[in-house]
Design a protein around this ligand. Structure first.
Ligand SMILES: [Zn+2]
Ligand SMILES: [Zn+2]
Length: 192
């Protein structure tokens, strides 16, 4: 399998560069996210054997993984975001006709700062070391917040303290989600 040295691929009118994050179709229902590592000169597809193929490195969605064995207790799965991925050390060569389009995989902070989160926006705060079946950094090393000291799920409602500017889960501060839009101000229990 010769490396083409190509860094750019045009497929169905879209240009893809080495280093881009791509969404691939595995089935009608399932989308896989990967990083484009290399454009491989052979490998084609049926009837188009002259086409290149692509070598990609997978991001795994947490729902595909045995999280408990990776050190995330069941009661903490709710702190994982809808579009949270773990970058893996697993690379594979795949056909280019599985490409659906480009996507963005950012840090949690960049994701949380997005004005509106689209389906093609993903974030990653850990990688998976597949041979050792562990996350890096490990779940216990992730940044935490709130009085519960849990990692941020950017899809959950949080309320900001007007004094310390830290973020809190409403329930951890004795509030319901419904109360939050009506609050004129909020001072957390630490600052009171
Ligand atoms: Zn909390
Ligand atoms: Zn505070």
């Amino acid at each position: 399998m010769a490396s083409s040295g190509l860094t750019q691929l045009k497929y169905k009118g879209n240009i893809y560069n080495v280093g881009d994050c791509l969404m691939l179709r595995e089935s009608n229902l399932k989308i896989l996210v990967c990083k484009l590592l290399e454009i491989v000169q052979d490998g084609g597809i049926k009837d188009y054997e002259e086409w290149p193929s692509i070598r990609v490195q997978w991001y795994y969605h947490w729902s595909e993984l045995d999280l408990v064995s990776l050190g995330i207790p069941k009661e903490d799965h709710k702190f994982l975001g809808d579009n949270e991925l773990f970058f893996s050390d697993h690379a594979e060569t795949v056909y280019i006709d599985s490409i659906l389009g480009k996507c963005e995989v950012t840090t949690l902070q960049e994701y949380d700062n997005l004005e509106n989160m689209q389906d093609e926006n993903y974030f990653s705060r850990a990688s998976i070391v597949t041979k050792e079946n562990r996350l890096s950094p490990s779940f216990g090393e992730w940044e935490t917040f709130c009085v519960c000291n849990k990692p941020m799920n950017p899809n959950l409602l949080t309320v900001g303290c007007d004094k310390c500017t830290e973020w809190f889960h409403p329930a951890c501060e004795g509030l319901t989600d419904e109360q939050i839009p009506n609050l004129a101000s909020f001072i957390c229990s630490r600052c009171k």
